[in-house]
Design a binder for this molecule. Structure first.
Ligand SMILES: *[C@@H]1O[C@H](CO)[C@@H](O)[C@H](O)[C@H]1NC(C)=O
Ligand SMILES: *[C@@H]1O[C@H](CO)[C@@H](O)[C@H](O)[C@H]1NC(C)=O
Ligand SMILES: *[C@@H]1O[C@H](CO)[C@@H](O)[C@H](O)[C@H]1NC(C)=O
Ligand SMILES: *[C@@H]1O[C@H](CO)[C@@H](O)[C@H](O)[C@H]1NC(C)=O
Ligand SMILES: *[C@@H]1O[C@H](CO)[C@@H](O)[C@H](O)[C@H]1NC(C)=O
Ligand SMILES: *[C@@H]1O[C@H](CO)[C@@H](O)[C@H](O)[C@H]1NC(C)=O
Ligand SMILES: *[C@@H]1O[C@H](CO)[C@@H](O)[C@H](O)[C@H]1NC(C)=O
Ligand SMILES: *[C@@H]1O[C@H](CO)[C@@H](O)[C@H](O)[C@H]1NC(C)=O
Ligand SMILES: *[C@@H]1O[C@H](CO)[C@@H](O)[C@H](O)[C@H]1NC(C)=O
Ligand SMILES: *[C@@H]1O[C@H](CO)[C@@H](O)[C@H](O)[C@H]1NC(C)=O
Ligand SMILES: *[C@@H]1O[C@H](CO)[C@@H](O)[C@H](O)[C@H]1NC(C)=O
Length: 415
């Protein structure tokens, strides 16, 4: 059996100071076929003893983490599939998977850390390599689907905690890439699982307000240290098609997001930023922006909507992570005053109104100079063309007048 591995860093650079969160891709292969693949960000909170007291450090899973091909495996009759990522001097994160044919789950999670690493664990009074294991992980999904959890999930492992965020993973994979069908974790669906009961009672949970031009909302996301790292303002309208409970058929609906009822969260990373807008209790919209650090250009690369409105027969999920909208440059904001349509999936598009966003390089809570969308530039062109035409006309009239005046002047002189 030959094992190989690949590790790709999706997000490379790391914010100075706190909260260095990086997404890493880890996979375990046997021959040419991949059996476990994980795309995740993880950080560990580890408490250890110093000579005088105890200390807690936050350790991120760095993008330099690699799959340990020696201990990782696709599983045999006797052993479970196991993904082991190693990083730093002797630290490791292990996930083992089991399945019963219809579901698979993380059977146990292992964290190993080396207290002799004095850069990570300063003044530790021990030089042990500590291994902690948790067998109650609660990460499971249907077989042939990808487990997906945008929300941070914190797990206790011995005296440490592990926080995963923006996690996609699959074990017992049917193909070499993550299955397109996703099993969304409870944390991402909690806002949408309540409504069925609420809808059954007389006070139905409100769906976002039906159409008209949407209200303009202003949203911002802060860093760990409280500085604003993402700014956005826009009016938002969903153009959504779903199966209506009351009409017993698929309906096309225009629904506005109400800024005053919307909670904002998100995450800023070196080359990825996420804005999550939640209209309680049943609508979660997220935008993912990606920065290409080679070209210093960014764009809106992903949109996902999770909704469970009272009239929906099932939870609505639309997600597309290969979008190329709102392109602009690092150090600039993107602006589009004209109405724009962002198609997500055949069942969902978003109409944006008076939009301005800046997902990267925000300084002092202010939008930087805007790069305007083509539609705005075209609209600005109309007054310019009209103005230029008018100026031309005035000039022609003036020249004609001057010529005429000169001629008549000359006429007087000859008399
Ligand atoms: C806050 O953190 C960001 C990156 O994490 C850094 O660029 C910025 O300088 C920090 N601001 C302050 C006031 O510490
Ligand atoms: C792996 O792929 C290579 C080239 O695509 C092929 O030559 C080789 O036979 C494959 N090996 C296995 C075990 O499938
Ligand atoms: C965790 O899983 C690994 C791999 O399957 C196994 O070797 C180890 O014994 C398990 N640990 C516990 C405590 O179950
Ligand atoms: C633990 O860290 C020390 C110091 O960095 C290193 O010398 C040692 O090899 C590490 N232990 C393991 C098991 O990797
Ligand atoms: C697998 O486990 C789940 C939950 O424990 C159960 O609902 C399901 O029926 C099991 N499937 C099989 C094939 O045993
Ligand atoms: C480290 O310190 C803790 C508490 O201060 C103590 O219980 C422990 O025995 C010490 N360990 C070593 C190896 O000295
Ligand atoms: C999973 O996919 C594989 C290959 O496509 C298929 O053989 C298998 O029956 C599927 N399993 C389930 C439970 O759908
Ligand atoms: C909504 O989407 C449908 C289907 O994609 C399209 O025909 C319709 O024009 C859209 N309406 C608005 C107001 O965007
Ligand atoms: C909904 O429509 C389908 C056919 O379109 C029909 O079979 C079903 O009975 C209808 N359900 C209700 C509750 O009216
Ligand atoms: C950045 O852009 C360059 C040029 O368009 C492209 O070749 C490269 O693959 C991009 N990098 C990423 C990480 O998307
Ligand atoms: C996602 O968006 C891309 C680009 O707009 C489009 O080509 C693709 O079909 C979309 N995917 C889905 C599942 O709709």
């Amino acid at each position: 059996m030959e094992l190989s591995h690949t590790v790709a860093a999706l997000l490379v650079a790391c914010f100075a100071g706190l909260g260095c969160i990086q997404a890493v891709t880890l996979d375990v292969k046997e021959g040419n076929s991949t059996c476990i693949k994980a795309e995740l960000s993880a950080s560990f909170s580890i408490t250890y003893d110093t000579i005088s007291s105890t200390r807690t450090v936050q350790v991120p899973l760095p993008d330099s983490a690699t799959v340990d091909t020696g201990s990782s495996s696709c599983g045999t009759d006797e052993s479970l599939p196991w993904l082991v990522a190693v990083f730093g001097p002797g630290h490791a994160l292990g996930l083992s998977f089991s399945s019963n044919g219809s579901l698979y789950s993380v059977a146990n999670l292992t964290l190993q850390y080396n207290l002799s690493d004095s850069a990570t664990f300063p003044e530790a009074n021990s030089s042990d390599v500590v291994t902690v294991v948790s067998a109650t992980v609660g990460i499971w999904a249907a077989i042939n689907t990808t487990y997906h959890c945008v929300s941070p999930v914190t797990l206790r492992v011995g005296g440490a905690t592990v926080t995963f965020s923006d996690m996609r993973l699959e074990a017992f994979m049917p193909g070499n890439d993550l299955s397109p069908t996703e099993s969304v974790c409870m944390a991402d669906t909690t806002t949408t699982t309540a409504p069925p009961t609420a809808a059954a009672s007389t006070t139905a949970a409100p769906a976002p307000t039906p159409s008209g031009t949407p209200e303009h909302g202003t949203y911002s996301v802060k860093n760990n240290n409280g500085t604003v790292c993402l700014l956005a303002q826009m009016g938002l309208q969903f153009n959504i098609s779903y199966v209506s409970k009351s009409q017993n058929k698929t309906v096309q609906d225009l629904v506005n997001l109400t800024p005053s009822q919307t909670n904002v969260s998100g995450l800023c990373e070196a080359s990825r930023a996420t804005l999550v807008l939640t209209e309680e209790p049943n609508t979660t919209l997220s935008f993912t922006f990606t920065l290409n650090s080679t070209t210093n250009k960014y764009h809106l690369s992903g949109i996902s909507l999770l909704a469970m409105w009272p009239d929906m027969t099932a939870r609505f999920l639309a997600s597309n992570t290969s979008l190329e909208y709102l392109r602009s440059s690092l150090g600039r904001s993107y602006m589009c005053n004209a109405e724009q349509t962002l198609i997500v999936e055949p069942t969902l598009s978003l109409n944006t109104f008076r939009l301005q966003v800046q997902p990267f390089g925000v300084i002092t809570d202010q939008f930087a100079t805007a790069e305007e969308c083509q539609m705005d530039q075209d609209q600005m062109l109309i007054p310019i063309i009209v103005g230029a035409a008018l100026a031309g006309l005035v000039l022609i009239v003036l020249i004609a007048y001057l010529i005429g005046r000169k001629r008549s002047h000359a006429g007087y002189q000859t008399i």
